[in-house]
Design a protein around this ligand. Structure first.
Ligand SMILES: [Zn+2]
Length: 237
């Protein structure tokens, strides 16, 4: 699923699937290091295949379901995917972001009880949803398809549900993933970087890793160009 999306930070070569000796089986590793030796590329890192795939998807899932990050994430996704009315798409995204906030509020109330401040927040979020709805109705629909946040989440859900069958529909899954991320860059040691695709620039995602794995601590807040906690402040032109 990640073949072709993981690149070696040392030589720029691709990480490809390679068999291991233990029962965990397969790894992603730098093809240059494997085929041409450590004199050509010193990056001998092995990433457990299953863990790398699972944690990449967990990372994306957190990204798209976090209200403060979802909007930026979906913008990039749409730049890759769609060609419809960008203003209408932005409104739709804003509305979907409110709906995620609403779900979070409802869940909070379910657990914490009907606190006045949460009820007030629900009211104002609903007002915002209605306000955006009215704007959407005014917007001319050019009939072009524009993917939504819900589409992105559905795709990630699909990928996640198929993790148990890593060899099924590999090409299809890789194509879906290529819409969601640009690439993952792996150095010989230390953090890897997950980059979104963006025509203007890349947004590096620093991911904490186990020595031999890809990620062991995913924090959707820790991302961005320079430790920017939002990871999404970069203006889109
Ligand atoms: Zn390499």
């Amino acid at each position: 699923m990640l073949s072709g999306l993981i690149v070696c930070a040392e030589c720029g070569g691709r990480f490809t699937i390679s068999s291991g000796n233990d029962k965990n089986g397969r790894y992603y590793r730098c093809s240059t290091n494997k085929n041409r030796g450590k004199q050509v590329c010193g990056n001998s890192r092995h990433l457990n295949l299953h863990r790398a795939e699972q944690q990449t998807l967990e990372f994306l899932f957190d990204r798209f379901l976090n209200p403060s990050l979802a909007e930026r994430s979906i913008e990039l996704y749409q730049q890759r995917h769609g060609n419809g009315n960008p203003h209408l798409a932005a409104l739709t995204n804003a509305q979907q972001k409110c709906q995620i906030e609403m779900q979070n509020l409802v869940e909070t109330i379910r657990q914490a009880g009907p606190m006045p401040e949460f009820l007030a927040a629900i009211k104002s979020t609903q007002d915002e949803i209605d306000r955006i709805e009215a704007q959407i109705k005014e917007e001319p629909d050019d009939g072009m398809e524009m993917p939504t946040l819900a589409d992105a989440i559905e795709e990630i859900e699909y990928l996640r549900s198929s993790l148990q069958n890593p060899d099924q529909d590999v090409e299809h899954k890789r194509n879906i993933l290529a819409h969601l991320i640009h690439r993952i860059k792996i150095p010989p040691r230390g953090h890897g970087e997950l980059e979104y695709y963006d025509p203007q620039q890349h947004l590096p995602m620093v991911i904490a890793k186990k020595d031999n794995g890809l990620v062991n601590n995913i924090s959707p807040g820790r991302s961005g160009m320079s430790g920017d906690p939002e990871g999404s402040r970069t203006p889109v032109s």
